[in-house]
Design a protein around this ligand. Structure first.
Ligand code: TXA
Ligand code: MG
Length: 320
């Protein structure tokens, strides 16, 4: 656990309008004071992110929700009660206190309470909301370690709090609670079955390809290597063909690995299960680039639980 001095320094940086990268259970966030419009402008600049993309408001607890959101529906209250702190972002009607830069000019704000001790310590010590997108440049793979953040953002970030590797590894689930029934805008750390159980009715899923949450564009989450999705039975022959064509080919597949793999295939450390897959997904995509793979063949996990979020990110990574 980093010293309290690190948190105090980070709070001082936030107070003077600086940018602080911090761990959450999902991915690292790049945070600033949610009420400071100059800091928000710099945040978008550093991310190289279009201005109309909203950012998530992070809070220490649901207690201050009424300061930032209005018309909080019973479904939203139930979700907050059941899932916070945790990997769930709830989209609500914003209060007048939320700057336009945070909402992308819209009337809603996405809010979440992260389940990470250092993030919570930072939020409590700061005593207000922190606006934070994932701490990567626009279109790059999200960071799951402090080293990933430094490698991507360098000196553009004033402080990087190091809380070790993220425990969930893919971003939060986003649920729009301004609609009835609520709509899942992005799959993530909380699965659809859990949302349904809490809300008491099936949530709608926004259709694949539809830009439900600006920023969940298909080109997101992609490494430089071309990602090809495959069923286990297709891997050996497909890999052999591409290797014969002179390409450098890697494989990301959960255990047990497919049979008869060509010797030249670069096999990335296979995830043990869906949660392990989620935790290491982005590190493996970065590794694919470090190894200068031309192609990464990916076998998605079963499309259930956290596996559905992994499958979603792999689909996006392959959709270029
Ligand atoms: O797990 C996470 O959610 C991480 C950590 C740092 O909390 N954050 C994250 O932020 O993934 P970002 O900015 O990379 O992705 C947030 C997504 C974007 O696609 C954005 O468009 C969407 O959330 N979003 C934010 N506010 C929204 C709103 N009011 N309505 C619809 N979508 C919203
Ligand atoms: Mg992001």
């Amino acid at each position: 656990m980093p010293a309290r001095a690190d948190v105090e320094q980070a709070v001082a940086v936030l107070r003077r309008g600086g940018l602080v990268a911090f761990p959450t259970e999902t991915v690292y966030g790049l945070g600033c004071d949610v009420t400071n419009v100059d800091a928000l402008a710099r945040l978008f600049e550093v991310k190289r992110r279009p201005r109309h993309h909203p950012v998530i408001l992070h809070l220490a607890s649901a207690d201050s929700l009424a300061d930032w959101a209005v018309d909080v529906s019973p479904a939203a209250k139930a979700l907050a009660e059941a899932c916070w702190p945790g990997p769930l972002t709830i989209v609500l009607r914003r209060s007048a206190r939320v700057p336009d830069a945070v909402t992308g000019g819209g009337e809603t704000v996405g809010v979440r309470v992260p389940d990470q001790p250092l993030a919570l310590a930072l939020l409590r010590a700061f005593g207000s909301g922190i606006a934070a997108p994932s701490a990567n440049r626009f279109g790059r793979v999200s960071p799951t370690t402090a080293a990933d953040v430094r490698a991507d953002l360098g000196t553009d970030v004033d402080v990087v709090l190091d809380g070790g590797p993220c425990t969930v590894g893919v971003e939060s689930t986003i649920v729009d609670c301004t609609r009835e029934p609520p709509v899942i805008l992005r799959l993530g750390g909380v699965d659809a079955a859990r949302i349904e159980a809490i809300v008491g009715e099936p949530p709608t899923r926004s259709l694949a390809g539809e830009i439900a949450a600006p920023g969940t564009l298909p080109t997101h989450y992609a490494p430089a290597a071309r990602v090809l999705l495959a069923a286990p039975a297709e891997v050996a022959a497909g890999a052999a063909d591409m290797i014969r064509d002179g390409r450098r080919v890697g494989l990301l597949a959960p255990r047990p690995l497919p049979a008869d793999l060509p010797a030249e295939l670069v096999v990335l450390d296979p995830p043990a299960d869906a949660a392990d897959y989620a935790r290491h997904l982005y590190a493996r995509l970065r590794e694919a680039d470090r190894l200068r793979l031309d192609v990464l063949i990916a076998v998605p996990p079963a499309d259930e639980g956290i596996g559905a979020a992994v499958a979603d990110r792999l689909e996006r990574a392959s959709a270029r």
